[in-house]
Design a protein around this ligand. Structure first.
Ligand SMILES: N[C@@H](CCC(=O)N[C@@H](CS)C(=O)NCC(=O)O)C(=O)O
Length: 210
C-alpha cells in the first residue's frame, strides 16, 4: 500500500497510524498538496493529501481511506463493531477533521507550512484567528478524555488516532496539551509502538513533540 503526502499533516499521519497499528505493509511517497505527480492525481482528484493506493484501488480523504482499510483488513480493528461506539468513533474523527483541525491548521499553515515548506508568506491574521478558536476544541477534549484508557473506553481506536494526530501537528507551532487528563492520555498514545514508528518517520522534530 502506498500513502501520498507528508506526515506533518494530521490527515496523512492518521492514515499512517492506522496502517501501523494494524501491522500492514505500506510506504510513503512524500509530496505536497497540489503536486502534479500523475499517480497522486489519479488517486486525489483535487490534489489534497493524503491519497492512497492499494493494488489497483485509489482513494483520497483520510476518513475514506481509513474506512476502506478497516473493511478490507479487519484484523486489529480500529473501529468498534458496536453501532453506538462506532458512531462515537466517527464523531471524534469528524470533530477533529472539521473543528479541531479547522482552527489548528490556520496556525500550522500560516506559521509553518507556508513559510517553511512552501516558501510563501503566511497570513498572521488567520493564524491569530486560529489561536482564538482553538481553546474550545482543547476544552472539549479535556471534558471527554478519560482518566485512564482511551476515548471510547478499553479499546484504542480511530478516535484516539484522529485527535492525537492533530495534537502532534500542533507541536510544530509550539502548542502541546496542557490540561491534566489530556496530557496523561496523550502521553499514553505517544507510548504506543505504532505511534513511535510514525514519529520516527517525521523528518522535522519540534522540541516538545510527543
Ligand atoms: N478531509 C480531508 C482533508 C485533507 C486536507 O485538507 N489536507 C490538506 C493538508 S493538511 C490539503 O491537502 N490541503 C490542500 C488543499 O486544501 O488544497 C482528509 O481527511 O483527508
Amino acid at each position: 500500500m502506498q500513502v501520498f503526502g507528508g506526515l506533518p499533516s494530521p490527515y496523512v499521519r492518521k492514515v499512517a497510524l492506522v496502517l501501523e497499528e494494524k501491522g500492514l505493509p505500506w510506504n510513503l511517497k512524500l509530496l505536497s498538496p497540489g503536486s502534479e505527480d500523475a499517480e497522486f492525481r489519479l488517486a486525489s482528484p483535487f490534489g489534497k493529501i493524503p491519497a492512497f493506493i492499494d493494488d489497483d484501488y485509489r482513494l483520497a480523504d483520510s476518513t475514506a481511506i481509513v474506512t476502506y482499510i478497516e473493511a478490507q483488513y479487519p484484523e486489529k480493528p480500529m473501529l468498534p463493531a458496536d453501532p453506538r461506539m462506532r458512531g462515537r468513533a466517527m464523531w471524534f474523527d469528524e470533530f477533529t477533521d472539521t473543528i479541531f483541525c479547522a482552527s489548528g491548521l490556520k496556525i500550522m499553515f500560516n506559521r509553518v507550512v507556508a513559510p517553511k515548506f512552501l516558501k510563501i508568506p503566511g497570513n498572521e491574521d488567520i493564524a491569530l484567528e486560529g489561536e482564538r478558536e482553538l481553546p474550545r476544541s482543547l476544552d472539549y477534549v479535556e471534558s471527554v478524555v478519560p482518566e485512564s484508557g482511551w476515548l471510547l473506553g478499553e479499546d484504542f481506536t480511530l478516535a484516539d488516532i484522529s485527535v492525537a494526530s492533530m495534537f502532534r501537528t500542533l507541536a510544530y507551532v509550539g502548542i502541546t496539551p496542557s490540561q491534566p487528563k489530556t496530557v496523561a492520555w496523550y502521553a499514553r498514545v505517544c507510548e504506543r509502538p505504532a505511534w513511535q514508528v510514525v514519529a520516527e518517520m517525521e523528518a522535522y522534530r519540534p522540541a516538545k513533540a510527543g
